[in-house]
Ligand binder design. Structure first.
Ligand SMILES: *Cc1c(COP(=O)(O)O)cnc(C)c1O
Length: 367
């Protein structure tokens, strides 16, 4: 999609904040832990190439979710290790090997397919995924893990790592978390051949269960400055939200009691009031369920009235502001703040989704 550069709506990303967030986590985990920065989904909407370049000093490697995301980083000149967390089509292995990308292997069936396609897999680097209770991908027993590693070694594949992923590390109740940790720990300890890298910690695990780090962490949402639990659990130390979303009023008018605003005429003015229009809508990821939510103008909350359209929203203003008045949709204005978590709470979802939904139509600027 073409980015709308000639519109005042813009997401500004503070790359320094991302660096600081990584350093904050690193000071709270054992020294020597390898840091993977998770920059999948365009770095959670922040821009994968810009983020990856900015943090190359702070991290050892990157994680993405698929081959195209890995290739985007390689084509941008990123040299460090890139681990793909999802399953890659076996037929795509030449591209993987040529670009020196590390992939996740999650089943014997996948290995069989890879070996049916290609006889020489000696330059392939992999991490084995263990399903310790997440229920998505990975082997589910020590016997399966041992056999799959043995078969990969026999095929001369470089088995660099083994990892798992927690389903509930962001919750107060740790019972499921402990069960997964015990399963994974026992499995790793029982392996005939133990790969050098062992990792289990996403953001939530890294900040609330730092005692469980093996020798690497996979940091996603925390590097962007957001709380993995939303507002359920308090952060153990402060983080800086890296992304702000802003725009400007493009139209301001007075309406009268009885006038309606927007599709479906869902809003009717009870008195004379001022209405401002902002060029952002559900095609930008500012979804329709944000009707009645607020934006910040001149240090005040201004309510979104009427439906969210594809490209425009309308807000009630306390007075007639001029065209061009600044609007903050995510971020601070004066002593008020709107966070991605506030949006998530209004929408009944998680801050991750709010950021990932911000579409390519919104340009990303960096400082
Ligand atoms: C997305 C993902 C992460 C990062 O998760 P955060 O909660 O954002 O830290 C880590 N590991 C795997 C396997 C993932 O899919």
């Amino acid at each position: 999609m073409i980015s709308s550069l000639h519109r005042p709506t813009v997401a500004t990303v503070d790359l320094k904040a991302i660096q600081n967030n990584i350093k904050a986590v690193q000071t709270h985990i054992p020294q020597g832990t390898k840091t993977y920065a998770v920059v999948k989904a365009n770095a959670y909407g922040h821009g994968a190439v810009a983020v990856a370049n900015a943090i190359s000093q702070e991290v050892d490697a990157y994680c993405v979710s698929n081959l195209d995301e890995a290739l985007e980083l390689r084509q941008a000149g990123i040299k460090k290790e890139i681990l793909i967390l999802g399953v890659v089509l076996a037929s795509e292995l030449p591209l993987v090997i040529e670009n020196q990308i590390t992939i996740t292997v999650a089943s014997q069936e996948w290995l069989n397919a890879a070996q049916a396609y290609f006889s020489d897999l000696s330059r392939l680097h992999v991490h084995l995924k263990v399903d310790s209770g997440m229920g998505r991908i990975g082997v589910r027993s020590l016997a399966e893990a041992d056999q799959l590693i043995a078969n990969m070694l026999k095929a001369n594949i470089q088995v660099d790592g083994i990892f798992t992923h927690f389903a509930t590390a962001d919750e107060a109740d740790t019972e499921k978390f402990q069960a997964q940790l015990t399963f994974f720990t026992e499995l790793v300890n029982g392996l005939t051949y133990k790969p050098a890298l062992v990792h289990a910690s996403n953001s939530a695990t890294s900040i609330w269960h730092s005692e469980t780090i093996f020798n690497a962490v996979r940091l996603g949402i925390v590097i962007y400055g957001l709380n993995p639990s939303g507002s359920k659990l308090a952060l153990p130390y402060p983080l800086e939200e890296a992304l702000t979303l802003s725009s400007r009023l493009v139209h301001v008018k007075a309406i009268h009691a009885g006038d309606t605003v927007g599709y479906g005429a869902t809003y009717t003015a009870k008195a004379d009031e001022f209405v401002g229009t902002i060029p952002i809508g559900y095609a930008d990821g500012w979804t329709r369920d944000l009707q009645d939510f607020s934006v910040l103008i001149d240090g005040q909350f201004c309510q979104i009235i009427g439906r969210v359209s594809m490209d425009q929203i309308t807000v009630r203003l306390p007075k007639a502001y001029p065209i061009g008045e600044k609007v903050t949709l995510i971020g601070k204005d004066g002593d008020k703040e709107i966070t991605a978590t506030d949006l998530a709470n209004k929408k009944g979802t998680i801050n991750y989704e709010v950021l990932c939904l911000l579409s390519d139509r919104i340009p990303r600027k960096y400082h």
